[in-house]
Ligand binder design. Structure first.
Ligand code: SF4
Length: 163
């Protein structure tokens, strides 16, 4: 897996202050996408141990609430194995931190993936310009949902973290 950036003290991509990994690779190509440079899975830096340690250094801080994966799409097929390894390692080494993920896939398409059990919140769905709303917390268009993954998997229905 390749990535574009690791940003710190982010307040716009999940609860609290977060470290955000911006991965390469997205096949959705939504009109109006803010990050079209991230569509190509072959550009950016290789996600290696040094990159993991950069994230881990942040997660060691009490004021950091957790890790957010965005992009690109962390669930781009070529990213899934690496992402699963990463979030399982984060959950093992930092069990008190939350993991948020942004994906262009709808919940129903990805809810069966094993890696979902290591995610706390999934923001699902493509960005749709005609449903753009800059007042929504954590997302850019009204079709996207901020999903509580654990409660949704337990109940078999989508449970929202917030409206
Ligand atoms: S899913 Fe996200 S990164 Fe991918 S094209 Fe849509 S808005 Fe851009």
């Amino acid at each position: 897996m390749r990535y574009h950036d690791i940003t710190k003290n982010d307040m716009k991509n999940g609860d609290g202050l977060r470290v955000v990994l911006w991965v390469s690779g997205c096949g959705h190509h939504c009109p109006g996408c803010q990050n079209p440079l991230t569509w190509d899975p072959d550009i950016g830096l290789e996600f290696d141990e040094a990159a993991y340690q950069e994230i881990a250094m942040q997660l060691q801080e009490d004021y950091v609430s957790g890790l957010t994966l965005s992009g690109g799409d962390p669930l781009f097929p070529g990213n899934r194995d690496s992402v699963e390894d990463l979030i399982k390692r984060v959950k093992k080494e930092f069990p008190d931190k939350t993991v948020w993920m942004y994906t262009g896939y709808d919940w129903d398409v990805v809810k069966g993936l094993s890696l979902l059990s290591s995610i706390d919140i999934l923001v699902d769905g493509r960005y749709m310009e005609e449903q753009r709303d800059t007042n929504l917390p954590w997302r850019g268009s009204k079709n996207q949902r901020v999903i509580d993954v654990k409660r949704s998997l337990e109940s078999g229905e989508v449970v929202l973290h917030c409206d």
